[in-house]
Each structure stands twice: as C-alpha cells, then as structure tokens.
Design a protein around this ligand. Structure first.
Ligand SMILES: [Zn+2]
Ligand SMILES: [Zn+2]
Length: 366
C-alpha cells in the first residue's frame, strides 16, 4: 500500500507530492488515515521561506503537524488509547502533534514541547508518514493518542492538536482564572479559540483586537465581550487607552499575542495592569526585535512565551469542546477546505500576512 506525502523541497517554491510505501507497523505503533490537516501559521512561514535559517533536509521536509485522523491499523500490543479506552480500526482519534526525542534534558523534565532534539521530518526517511499533509500518519509506539467522541465534528477536531492546545496552554501558563480581563491580539483561528477558552476559564471580560470586521463579529460569537477594530483605533496609544477604559482603569490581567507581530509585545505590556502577564505565542520567526522599557516589569508584569502543550491537555480539550459546542460556533473556525492535491492552491489562500484574507483556518482533506 502506498500513500502521498507533501514535501517542501525548496523554500519559496511549490510543494511536491511524493508517494511512499506504508511501512509494516512495529509493535505498539498506530497508523492513522488522515481526515483533515490544518494549515497553521508555522506551516505558512515554511512555505514563505521565513525559516531559511533552518536548513531543509537534502530530501526535503515533510509538511504538516496539525490534524486528526481515524485508526487505519493497530500494531501488535495496541488495543486501547492512552487512557485505556478500547481502540479499533476506524475509530476517530486525536494525538499529540509533538514528536519528542524522549531523552534530552527537557524531555526528561517532562517538557516534551520544549524538546531540544526535535528532528526535522525528512522526506523518504522511515517511517515516511511523519507529517499530516499526507494520506497516513505513523504514530510510533507509546505516542499519546485519545479517542474522540462522535459528537464533535471533523472540522472542529482538525485544529485541536496545535491551535487549541497551544492557546489553552498559553492561558494556563499565564495562570488564567475566574474574574480576569483578557486581551486577545488577533482574531484568527488561534484568537477565536483563545476567546472561547478564556471565557470557559471564567474570564470576566475578553477583549479582541483585529482589523477585519468579519473576524471581530466571529470573535463575539466566540464570547468576546468587546472588540476593537485596529483600523478605527489606529495608533498604539488609542488601543492602549481603550483597554484601560474598558477595564475601568485596572488594565488587563492577560494579553495574548496571536498575530505574529513583534511590535505587539511593546503595545501589550502597556495594556497590562500591575502584575499582569503578556503571553507571546504568535511570533515564531526569529530575528525580529522590539524595544520595551524594562522598568515597567518592576510593576510585577511578566512576559512569557508558550509553545505547544503537554499531551495530557488533549482529553481536557475534548471535554471543553463537548461542554461548549452548543455555545460557540467552533465549526466556523475552519473556513476553507482544500483537497490534499491542491495544497499549492491552499497556501496562497491561507496567507494572512497581507491581512486581507477572510480565511480563519484552512484544512487539507486527503
Ligand atoms: Zn501549529
Ligand atoms: Zn527531547
């Protein structure tokens, strides 16, 4: 049996679709048939060539890390998911998108999301199906995997193992709790999810900033109490002033950067009240800099970065989705669907750098 895999051979060039033989499963491994695979901001950075500092493997890089699938086949000795629930061929599952080395000092500390040896998945390297833009995905023995309830639709599960996990962990890292004011910079797929999660965690008010009115309207459906169109509040001072007004002179408890713009760090710190936390998630491209006044940190303000999530978070995100799915339109986060073979059409459409796109999240369907 063969399957297709999307490969980045060269930055700034169209992807190439290659075919590989599906390997025999080791004991404990699971082969998934991909159902939907999300186009995440970091994938767009690869496509655009923003990651030129990280050299591509000579055979090219296997693309895609977000997505979900059904069990195609189970290796010997696998009969349950990571929580002990029975697992069968055809079952819908979510799995952690992190494939850590499991032996570096960060992995040994339990911080597999910060693994220092995460290998770049090279095309043509065993087990071949190492990215989500493919017909299949090979989960090595012991990889965390969880059965997904039938009540949650496909397009809601697709962004779970990157977008939803990442913003949920970001809020947890910021010690989000009941009664707070949370500011979300950017109302794309990450921002919409963060809005719903922050409300679920008990935020008193969530304030969302973006430049596209349709996204801000969507943010309201996801629970935003206030939205700020940055075309209307078109200077940092105006936006900072509006946050202090909406928080009745207390400032925000948490500001989350989900737009991938370095200057939002400087702006966000000024939106925080004393003791508040700025969470950096969107700025994944190295090399950008921003000026801040360090004395402002002496007011107890914190700046933290957050990347991905621990695997144990996934079942609780499934619970969150079941608890909230009648309340929030999660099915609207995936705005565009493309066939896997149309990957080179999907990426330009999902491009958000130009800020004109109405795509909140696009998925590829094998
Ligand atoms: Zn991602
Ligand atoms: Zn590691």
């Amino acid at each position: 049996m063969k399957g297709r895999v999307v490969v980045c051979k060269e930055y700034n060039k169209p992807f190439v679709i290659e075919e590989f033989e599906v390997p025999a499963l080791e004991p404990g491994a699971i082969l998934l048939k991909m159902v939907q695979s999300g186009i995440c901001g970091s994938d767009l950075h690869y496509w655009r060539g923003d990651q030129v500092n990280s050299p591509l493997p000579p055979t090219g890089r296997v693309m895609g890390h977000e997505g979900y699938g059904v069990v195609h086949s189970l290796g010997r000795e696998v009969s349950t998911d990571s929580l002990g629930a029975p697992l069968h061929e055809g079952d819908r599952v979510v799995y952690t998108a992190i494939f850590p080395c499991n032996h570096c000092h960060m992995c040994l500390k339990g911080a597999t999301n910060l693994c220092v040896n995460r290998p770049v998945p090279a095309a043509g390297e065993y087990p071949y199906f190492t990215g989500t833009y493919a017909d299949y995905l090979y989960l090595p023995p012991g990889h965390p995997v969880f059965g997904a309830p039938d009540s949650i639709p496909d397009e809601v599960l697709a962004p779970l193992n990157c977008a939803m996990g990442t913003v949920t962990q970001g809020l947890i890292s910021a010690s989000a709790h009941q009664g707070q004011s949370v500011v979300i910079q950017g109302a794309g797929g990450l921002g919409l999810t963060a809005t719903a999660v922050a409300k679920d965690m008990g935020a008193d008010q969530v304030i969302v900033l973006d430049r596209l009115e349709n996204r801000l309207q969507l943010a309201e459906e996801f629970g935003a109490d206030h939205t700020i169109n940055i075309e209307e509040f078109n200077t940092p001072e105006a936006r900072i002033g509006r946050i202090w007004e909406l928080t009745r002179g207390r400032g925000a408890d948490i500001v989350m950067e989900l737009a991938g713009r370095a200057e939002l760090l400087a702006e966000g710190i000024e939106m925080l009240g004393n003791g508040g936390t700025f969470v950096e998630i969107g700025d994944i491209v190295p090399g950008r800099t921003v000026e801040i006044d360090p004395s402002t940190l002496l007011k107890g303000k914190r700046i933290i970065g957050s990347l991905m999530y621990p695997a144990h978070l996934l079942p609780s995100i499934l619970d969150f989705l079941e608890r909230n799915q009648d309340k929030r339109p999660f099915h609207k986060i995936v705005s565009h669907k493309f066939k896997l073979e149309d990957v080179n059409e999907a990426f330009p459409k999902a491009e958000w750098q130009a800020r004109q796109t109405d795509v909140t999240r696009a998925v590829l369907v094998p």
